[in-house]
Write a protein that binds this ligand. Sequence first.
Ligand code: ZN
Length: 281
Amino acid sequence: MDKLIITVALTGNVPTKKMNPNVPVTPGEIAADVRRCADEGAALFHVHARDEEQRPTLRLPNFKANVRKIKELAPQVIIQLSTGGRAGMDWEDRVNPVRLLPEMASFTTGSNNLPGIVYENSPQFIEYLAKVYQQTGVKPEIEVFETGMINNALHLQKKGYIKPPLHFDFVLGAPGAMPGSVKNLLFLSESIPAGSTWSVAGIGRQEIPLAVAAIVLGGHVRVGLEDNLFMPDGSPASNPLLVQKVVRMAREIGREIATPAEARAILSLNPAYKDRILDML
Ligand code: ZN
């Protein structure tokens, strides 16, 4: 079994400090949390941006400010920028984080319901975004909310827009999308091409149980306040506490934790692309 890659989804678009005071929103807070989580064992960081009022934004200056701070405090970690639609649905706005040339960015290859919204990723938009991945060489993390999104990704691979080995993240347990059962996780993990890598992002209460399942199944784990605000005992979570818990459980079971360099190798990231983003800031 590969060593375990721990991803942290630090902030997301929805959580506020009112919901949990530990949600990092400013560039300084986000980078400090990255440093703390990296010290605990996390290698990969899924990064969103907030504006000065702490509202979700896709504006590049806000992304750049986050990346600058992260590179300053934790230069070795893998940065994955979000192309999620909750901060706005404009195509260019959503594609621009990929054009900043992070090592990775997220890529949801289909539409589904989420609380209060349709999370729309039309076939036209998906193809447009896929072409930007092709042009930039940025590695997509394919966010799978339901099974059809795997097939959509394979279709894009067939057309030559995205290259194997693919990396999938199964986002399970969001109201409106695929429920967060171990059965669903097993089914999805067996539905991707051999040689692919995968992680799971369990939403809410599913976060820690699905992390355990992924550790045992040989997948990787995403945790963080974007997906879940509480520890299993109901107390407020923080990003470092969630990472600590995953590391502890993995060690109990005998699964080792991947450093950022080891994670790069497992994910087949091009080492020459590690710091391309620095020239874009
Ligand atoms: Zn996200």
